[in-house]
Design a protein. Structure first.
Lengths: 313, 532
């Protein structure tokens, strides 16, 4: 296991290097000139050239790439073209709202979806099963911004139970922190509830026909114990995979939800940076997101072996 | 018993969480503080209003800095930091005295030296400032309240330039800050304006905060736009970034924000019907749509083709396509903005009426050979996106072969600086919008600069227009400016540098409890009162 982990961690290096090359080239090949955007509408070509020089964009691509990689190895991800702040500090400012939203969403999704999926499998073919599956299709199909608007209209505008928008850091009060996350997390969790519930149902259905389930029932275990200790645990590998992917997606930024509910997270930072051609910020963010994906994949693989002793590395 | 205990615990926890949620969500930390929460048209990105011409940086400048002169709601330039101004008989020496008692946010007095340093940095960067500096032989300050500007010859440009309301505005900074080379961004945000920028509270992409500058001494006259007493009635102004138009409206209706600077035109009818929201016209001059041809390449290097466009276009189609309601647009044939002292229709009386017959005649005379016209189409900005298909339709109606290329606005901004042929990554035309005060004078109108390579993207070359602009600058008698403007328009109607496509207005939306917003050519936050 240890050897496997070391190998996987070492494999991160070439992956990140390839990501670095791709993101660097993609940004430079994308049309648009950050210097022209910064200079504003009334700036002359001379003004734009001056800004381009200040930003180091006059250097050759290879020179820019080597400089970026070199600085990054020293822990310096560069400085935003616009805000004159380090990319690291901008990401660290914006990562907490994203983490909060992701955590809350995934908790809601798991708490709702896993029991629902399990019940649907247990009651296969019943009205409950059909309802859960029908709702999950709906959950997949309705765009998150529509769900967001409906929730805002009902619970914020009409009932006045929640604020329309905004994020409150946990340092300003735990109650307000949770209170402001309820609507966005609920909106965002719908698609993940749908996804996880379906996956749970399918996985549990597969194991319900296994011999060890029949054995568990035969030895007199209650249905609750059969479902939780034997069925769900053995069905957990694909469910964990889906949850892991969901976490990665959530941390990589959920732009629409952040925009609709005005949450200053990584999603809106990414979109702003891409629109402004803020190369250092986009590069830093993509490197972070890639690292998160790699890390989560690794964690999922480790969890596999914990859940299923047959899986060995 | 054991089960009951667990349930009891769960119930207690749920109650605790509910109470906590209620308390946490319902309280605010500083209820006594009066905070004006505003959604601006964009995020504040650059906090140096001389380094960039971006409107948000200009708006930031009006919060933090003061100006020597200010434009009022009628477009007149009035003294602001300046207490008095004396001009020598030969018109070559301007002697200024600053108002007494003005200080920077750090408590240091505002001096003539600060003014000279600020004007020097601005004059190196701003187009109108650069023009003014061609007349200036010397600027002298002092550690007191006086400063002088010496000119090589008389010009009417001094007050016009120093009172320029839009980017780049000659904001007055401390001399040590203004010593920053114009090519570098400043890092010290000390000003002497009515608000102090709270740097530590600035969260790019989320919010920017400004506290009332308690030591600010407003002028004694009533406020009028950017002129008069800038009296601040709130403790703090927060610029809150909200990207989604619907969320902005909901947040305003629920009192979570107080002002939307520029609400979406689509939502104005809904806002009009909402008793919690009022719409207020704050900018008397609005904005002006502008068609910009590229003079470097065929067919727009041919004045006949450009003149044909003046006959083919009509402003109503353009403003209708984006603004919709006639409450929010004005058809205006004057290049330099209807409602200003320089408004005139000279040269354009018979234009903008979709006279296709006349336009086709001109196209035939031009010898147009079917060269494709590449017009850049920004699809991500609602306020510009619909204009290009309208232009395409008119251009095709007169026989031009139009290729409309869709792209996002930032791609357009990068591409418009490319001088290559359209087929090699260049362009023939695009449409944009300017704050009207930018286009209210031949000297400030960026796209009227026809200095070939030194002109703005599009690079028009027109010696006559350049001579007339200089004649305007040299003319110290303001009563003669309109005649010069009319000569400029006569030339521009035959050989356009750009085509004005109508004025449009975007009322600010604000809570019903908000009052006192200044009517101003540029958004400003003094005067606002908020009934809690």
């Amino acid at each position: 296991m240890l050897v496997y982990l070391i190998k996987r961690i070492l494999a991160v290096i070439p992956v990140m290097l390839i990501v670095a090359v791709i993101v660097f080239l993609m940004l430079r090949l994308t049309p648009g000139d950050p210097a022209a955007i910064i200079a504003g509408d009334a700036a002359t070509s001379a003004d734009i050239d001056l800004i381009r020089e200040k930003l180091g964009l006059e250097r050759s691509l290879i020179e820019q790439f080597v400089l970026w990689i070199g600085n990054m190895l020293g822990g310096d991800f560069g400085e935003s073209f616009y805000y004159k702040r380090s990319v690291t500090s901008m990401i660290s400012d914006r990562i907490w709202p994203t983490l909060a939203l992701a955590t809350f969403t995934i908790v809601i999704a798991c708490v709702v979806a896993v029991p629902l999926g399990t019940l649907a499998a247990y009651k296969q073919g019943s009205w409950l099963d059909r309802t859960v599956m029908g709702m999950s299709v709906l959950g997949f199909s309705v765009p998150v911004f529509v769900i967001g608007y409906v929730l805002i209209y009902v619970f914020a505008v009409k009932l006045d139970w929640f604020p329309v928008q905004g994020y409150q850091p946990i340092a300003d009060g735990f109650g307000g922190f949770i209170y402001r996350l309820i609507l966005p997390s609920s909106a965002l969790s719908v698609i993940f509830i749908a996804l996880i519930a379906r996956m749970t149902r399918t996985s549990v259905l597969e194991v319900l026909n296994e011999d060890y389930i029949r054995t568990a029932r035969a030895k007199g275990l209650s249905e609750t114990k059969v479902m939780t200790r034997h069925a769900l645990r053995n069905a957990a590998v694909p469910i964990v995979t889906v949850i892991g992917i969901a976490i990665a997606v959530l941390i990589s930024g959920v732009v629409v939800t952040e925009s609709v509910f005005v949450i200053p997270g990584l999603g809106t930072l990414t979109i702003d940076a891409i629109q402004g051609r803020d190369y250092p910020t986009v590069q830093g963010l993509i490197m972070l997101f890639s690292f998160v994906y790699v890390l989560i994949n690794l964690v999922i693989d480790v969890i596999y072996s914990l859940l299923d002793p047959r899986i060995r590395y | 018993m054991r089960k009951f205990s667990r349930r009891g615990l769960l119930g207690t926890a749920a109650l605790a969480i509910t109470l906590s949620l209620g308390l946490g969500g319902g309280t605010t930390s500083a209820q006594a503080e009066s905070v004006l929460r505003v959604n601006m048209h964009s995020d504040l990105k650059i906090v140096d209003p001389i380094w960039t011409t971006a409107y948000m940086s200009r708006n930031y400048g009006y919060m933090v800095y003061d100006t020597l002169f200010g434009m009022n709601s009628k477009g007149e330039i009035k003294m602001q930091m300046v207490e008095s101004m004396e001009v020598s008989d030969d018109g070559k020496l301007y002697d200024f005295k600053l108002r007494s008692g003005m200080t920077f946010h750090d408590g240091a007095p505002v001096t003539g030296d600060d003014v000279v340093a600020s004007l020097t940095r601005w004059g190196a960067k701003d187009a109108m400032g650069q023009l003014l500096m061609t007349f200036v032989t010397d600027m002298t300050g002092s550690d007191g309240d006086g400063f002088q500007i010496k000119l090589s010859k008389p010009t009417g440009l001094v007050v016009q330039a120093l009172g320029k309301p839009s980017s780049n505005v000659p904001f007055i900074m401390p001399a040590s800050v203004a010593a920053t080379p114009p090519g570098d961004q400043i890092t010290d945000y000390t000003g002497s304006g009515p608000f102090v920028f709270l740097e530590d509270e600035w969260k790019p992409g989320d919010k920017a905060e400004f506290a009332k500058f308690e030591a600010y001494k407003p002028r004694s006259e009533p406020n009028d736009g950017l002129a008069g007493g800038k009296v601040v009635h709130v403790d703090k102004v927060v610029w809150k970034v909200i990207r989604d138009a619907q969320t902005k409206m909901n947040a305003l209706s629920k009192g979570e924000i107080d002002v939307i600077e520029s609400p979406s035109h689509d939502l104005l009818p809904l806002m009009e019907a909402d008793e919690n929201i009022k719409l207020v016209d704050l900018n008397p001059f609005g904005n002006q749509y502008t068609f910009r041809p590229n003079a470097l390449h065929p067919p727009f290097n041919n004045p006949k083709v450009l003149e044909a466009l003046l006959y083919a276009f009509n402003q109503e189609d353009f403003v209708q396509s984006t603004v919709g309601s006639d409450k929010y647009y004005k058809l205006c044939k004057a290049m330099f903005i209807c409602g200003t002292p320089l408004a005139s229709e000279a040269g354009f009386e018979d234009k903008f009426e979709s006279n296709y017959a006349k336009a086709r005649e001109l196209i035939a005379e031009s010898g147009y050979d079917g060269t494709p016209v590449l017009i850049m189409h920004p699809t991500d900005l609602a306020i510009l996106g619909n204009l290009v298909p309208v232009a395409k339709q008119h251009m095709e109606a007169i026989g031009l072969n139009v290729e409309m290329v869709a792209m996002d606005w930032q791609t357009l901004v990068g591409r418009r600086n490319k001088r290559e042929l359209p087929a090699d990554g260049g362009w023939n035309a695009f449409i944009t919008s300017w704050n009207s005060v930018d286009n209210a004078s031949p000297l400030s109108t960026p796209m009227l600069n026809a200095a070939c390579d030194k002109a703005l993207f599009g690079w028009p070359c027109n010696d006559k227009i350049q001579e007339l602009r200089m004649e305007f600058a040299n003319e110290a008698d303001a009563s003669k400016h309109l005649a010069i403007v009319e000569k400029i328009q006569m030339e521009a109607s035959k050989n356009p540098t750009h085509i004005h496509l109508g004025q449009w207005y975007s009322p600010a939306a604000m809570g019903a409890n908000i009052s006192g917003a200044p009517v101003s050519p540029v958004v400003a936050f003094w005067g606002y009162k908020k009934d809690e």
